[in-house]
Design a protein around this ligand. Structure first.
Ligand code: UD1
Length: 419
């Protein structure tokens, strides 16, 4: 297993190119299952999760080819299998995104039920309840959800108690080929869902309400293969913005979409960073000491839970108290114990963490149990005094394209070594 070693205290100066969004690439790749033909996806990030999804598509009968650095050609003419095994789902929960497309195309799907994960229970009951509303009969057999819709799917009204991102995507992909109209109420509004809706619309789907919490899908009989481009990764963008806040410096991020980060940018300005927003680029500069802020994670456009660990690290470099309230996942404070080992003063009380910013951290050997917690430790290591060694790097490989190369390019002293 590899580890990442960082000599902290180097400011970050220069330019970083942001990659395509993991959380958009995965549903768009799953959407290629919906109809035969050659689909072309641009700006696909090179990540462990996108490779897992390609593996899954191949198992289901699709063929694919990488063209250039970031373009994928996926041919789904021969998709005839309908099972996502436990082995795949346990390494990537988002494998569950094949459920909707398989039911829509083949009328059958068998997908392993994800277990708990490091950040909480994360059930898929909303996906299942929604699919039932579309006429799917679902049973649970030996840890697998088996769905069948022999006479095809039928439009229905789906209401989410809590807006679920992949839940909304699964229902969208099932409903585009259903008979009649489907309404999704309290739908998630993340930009990645907008990316999927644009692709489905180009394929011939009829969807109203993009960007709102009410989506209306008028089912069509046939879809066609299309060319689509993955939107920039807003969580990768946010992680680099926060890294400059912690380590200091002046960095421009290119090929990104700052309008997808309204809450983070607002908070970073309050913290005291100088930020210039363009349409596809953003410049961040640390100009002085950091002020503490309170944060509450919320569904989009609120503060993303996927940036909570990183902003908590930033708050350890401020002077003062900040309260960080995690409202999406119940167990997403696994990074706290590691940050404490680096000298952070953080108290956790249920879903709230109170950070007493001491203005500094000290390097230490650390490890993390999930993707974004690992990213928060990279931010910590970049700004800490001394050496930080981060193990279990495979978490970072799931979601950050060329993290070490990109950070080296802006002056970080960071390397990857075999353990
Ligand atoms: C997606 C993102 C993940 C992000 C999360 C929240 C992808 C591939 N992953 O995950 O990076 O952290 O959104 O922004 O896009 N819930 C249920 N039952 C369900 C589904 C969800 O109770 O059937 C709960 C969850 O436990 C959580 C909340 O609803 O408390 C929102 O989760 P959800 O939006 O579904 O997360 P994911 O789609 O799994």
């Amino acid at each position: 297993m590899d580890k990442i070693i960082i000599e902290g205290g180097r400011q970050l100066h220069g330019e970083v190119r942001i990659s395509g969004a993991k959380n958009a690439a995965l549903p768009l790749m799953a959407a290629t299952l919906l109809c035969p033909g050659k689909h072309i996806l641009h700006n696909v990030p090179d990540l462990r999760d996108t490779r897992t999804m390609l593996n899954l598509l191949e198992i289901l009968g699709a063929k694919w080819e990488k063209v250039g650095e970031t373009t994928l050609h996926i041919n789904s003419d021969e998709v005839d299998k309908f099972e996502a095994s436990y082995d795949l789902v346990k390494t990537m929960r988002a494998s569950v995104l094949v459920l909707g497309p398989l039911l829509a195309r083949l009328g059958r799907a068998r997908v392993s039920l994800p277990g708990g994960c490091a950040i909480g229970a994360r059930p898929i009951d909303f996906h299942m309840q929604g699919l039932k509303k579309l006429g799917v009969s679902l049973t649970l057999q030996q840890g697998y959800v088996e769905g069948a819709a022999e006479d095809g799917l039928q439009g229905g009204t789906v209401y989410f108690d809590v807006p679920s991102v992949t839940g909304t995507e699964n229902i969208l992909m099932a409903a585009v080929l259903a008979r009649g109209t489907t309404i999704i109420k309290n739908a998630a509004r993340e930009p990645e869902i907008g990316n999927l809706i644009n692709m489905l619309t180009d394929m011939g789907g009829r969807i109203e309400g993009r960007g709102t919490d009410k989506l209306t899908i008028h089912g069509v009989q046939k879809l066609k293969a299309v060319e689509a481009t993955i939107i920039p990764d807003r969580i990768e963008t946010g992680t680099y913005l926060i890294a400059v806040g912690a380590a200091g410096g002046d960095m421009t991020l290119t090929h990104c979409n700052p309008s997808h980060l309204p809450s983070l940018i607002e908070k970073l300005r309050t913290v005291g960073l100088e930020i210039e927003e363009g349409d596809t680029a953003i410049r961040v500069k640390r100009v002085g000491p950091l002020t503490s802020v309170d944060i509450k994670t919320m569904p989009y456009p609120g503060f993303p839970t996927d940036l909570q660990a990183q902003i908590m690290t930033l708050m350890t470099f401020s002077k003062g108290l900040s309260v960080i309230h995690e409202s999406i996942f119940e167990n997403r404070f696994m990074h706290v114990a590691e940050l404490r080992r680096m000298g952070a003063d953080i108290r956790v009380d249920g879903g709230r963490a109170v950070v007493n910013g001491l203005g500094k951290l000290m390097g230490a050997p650390v490890m993390a149990t999930d993707l974004r917690a690992s990213a928060s430790l990279v931010v910590a290591g970049l700004a800490a005094e001394g050496t930080t060694e981060i193990s279990r790097v495979y978490h970072l490989d799931r979601g950050y394209d060329d993290l070490v190369g990109k950070l080296k390019g802006v002056g970080a002293e960071i390397r990857r070594e075999k353990e």
